[in-house]
Design a protein. Sequence first.
Length: 125
Amino acid sequence: MTGWTSDELATIGQADELELASQRRDGSLRDPVTMWVVRDGDDLYVRSMHGRAGAWFRGTQTRHEGHVRSAGVDKDVAFVVDADPGLNDRIDAVYRSKYGRYGKKYVDSVVNPASRASTIKLDPH
């Protein structure tokens, strides 16, 4: 695996949304789901507002691979689940800072214990 380029990190990190499509068992991609994405250092993270029970999250568990698209960046990725729980406070802070303008009600949907348990690090191929 290769890392994100500095341009990709900046572009996706500043974008409001990311489209994520996970791979099915047969290798085809599911329909993309639009979600919030945050950057912490050289890494990008997404969370399910429905925790591990969320449909798109469960889809990432089939092959742990898929494709993301955001602000003109298209990339195949691996989904690293169980990202370091020690990062949760930092990731929460980035969500609050980046998306706070949408209001506490919406931000709280991704900074709660169930959502924290669904944190996925996106590793580019």
